[in-house]
Ligand binder design. Structure first.
Ligand SMILES: [Zn+2]
Length: 319
């Protein structure tokens, strides 16, 4: 390579690679073509392509959109920005701490001579804050290489994540058709998001775990009381969600995480914007909530840890 060529290569090639693109290269073997189910290869850091030439571009920010058609669900940018502000004020910090401890208590890590490699998928990662925090805390603790992968059906969410949180692989993808090969993940996180247990079962390896976070009846009860006063949505039960988990995965541990967070009027307004509780509520009701001078919000979750039920054989999505 001549000097000039070398300069050009450095300028246009590797020097411009985002960490997201490098991580995609390092983990290219996990990708599965969402059209035909074939394995995928990297095409000069611009796209990933399967043997049947189904091709998906890697964006400048380093994420890949693997949806076959745009999602009908609309979550707007404003909602993700509001959610991120709430995350950054520490609203979910005790939950994140508990998740990290549970990861250490429930997976086997080789701490001796072998550096183990542990892959974590956040299924329904939204704007990426939870996964980015889990990864940060895990990286600090041990001599283990953790690789985070986040998927969400919302392009706005993934764009936000890719812009703000590096070192993680971000993909726009459908939970019903997860674009990864079988048994490639040690841990799947599913935090306050819908589940697809047959897909989780397929992608978690035999010793891996699923960590699902569900709200308890106390979660945001101050908002629920005002927004849903007098309706049948005032009370929330997670019983059916937990029953559904138990039918599909073998529960090995649960933990309750409950605490209160002080909120200012501004923070309360972000909280109202980020929560599905307020979707559909009129301006008048939202103003009433803000004027109610709520200064503390209840956070109340159950974290459930499960392993695959090995005896169950599940249909593959591509067939
Ligand atoms: Zn294909």
């Amino acid at each position: 390579m001549s000097k000039n060529n070398k300069k050009y290569f450095e300028k246009s090639g590797k020097a411009n690679l985002t960490t997201g693109k490098i991580k995609i290269k390092e983990n290219i073997n996990i990708f599965k073509c969402p059209v035909c189910g074939d394995k995928m290869n990297l095409d000069v850091f611009k796209s990933i392509i399967c043997l049947n030439k189904h091709c998906f571009d890697i964006s400048k920010k380093g994420y890949i959109n693997l949806l076959l058609k745009p999602s009908k669900y609309k979550y707007d940018k404003e909602m993700f920005e509001a959610r991120n502000s709430i995350c950054k004020m520490g609203f979910f910090d005790p939950l994140i701490e508990s998740i990290v401890s549970l990861i250490y208590n429930n997976i086997s890590i080789n701490s001796s001579n072998n550096i183990s490699y542990t892959r974590i998928l956040d299924a329904g990662c939204g704007e990426g804050y939870h996964l980015s925090q889990v990864m940060k805390k895990l990286q600090k603790k041990e001599d283990v290489h953790f690789q985070g992968v986040g998927i969400d059906i919302s392009k706005d969410g993934i764009q936000f994540a890719a812009k703000n949180y590096k070192d993680i692989i971000w993909c726009v993808a459908d939970l019903a058709k997860i674009p990864f090969m079988d048994k490639k993940f040690d841990i799947v996180l599913n935090i306050l998001s819908p589940s697809n247990y047959s897909e989780f079962n397929r992608i978690i390896h035999s010793e891996g775990i699923l960590i699902k976070v569900v709200p308890n009846s106390g979660y945001l009860k101050e908002l629920r009381d005002l927004l849903y006063q007098g309706t049948n949505r005032e009370l929330y039960s997670n019983e059916k969600v937990i029953e559904h988990f138990n039918r599909n995965f073998e529960k090995i541990d649960t933990e309750k995480v409950s605490y209160n967070v002080s909120v200012s009027r501004d923070e309360l307004s972000h909280l109202i914007k980020m929560t599905p509780l307020s979707w559909g509520a009129s301006e008048g009701i939202i103003k009433k909530v803000l004027d109610n001078k709520i200064d503390s919000i209840t956070v109340d979750f159950t974290i459930i840890i499960g392993k695959s039920k090995k005896q169950i054989s599940l249909p593959k999505w591509e067939s």
